[in-house]
Design a protein around this ligand. Sequence first.
Ligand code: 4NP
Length: 159
Amino acid sequence: MCRSILFVCLGNICRSPAAEGVFLNLLRSKNLLNDFQVDSAGTGHWHIGKPADRRMIKAAEKRGIYLPSVARQILIKDLDEFDLILTMDNDNFETVKSLEKSLGRIANAKIRPMLSYSKKTQCLDVPDPYYGGERGFDDVLDLLEDACKNLLNELISRN
Ligand code: 4NP
């Protein structure tokens, strides 16, 4: 049974904090907050200890979504402590897969692209909004709201 989910991107200040906040918001709306453990992490270390990017916070606030994350870097033990690790793009996916390889065995966590749960796009990469304009943050949220909704439906129907 999948009860713990880690969302992963590069910096852990834009996409994975947004995914975490969107998913928490969905859980709250369905009274399921106590049934899941949700967190986010980055493959990089540059922003450790920082809140989400203020542009991402602002875009999420407009949809009534709160982003609680404080950036941290993914740890090898996350691969066993979580049931599911959802990566935002192929670089993150390959990095987490190489961490699994360094474990020398199959990790507890299933590692999947976040957008494998999307019904709106065939693309598996959530575009990195960090160096772009405001619109990019809204686009990220559109993709994540769709993927998180399908993810939760799948988890609920499986249990
Ligand atoms: P994220 O976006 O991976 O969605 O958090 C980025 C944030 C910061 C950087 C790159 C991507 N950076 O190069 O500092």
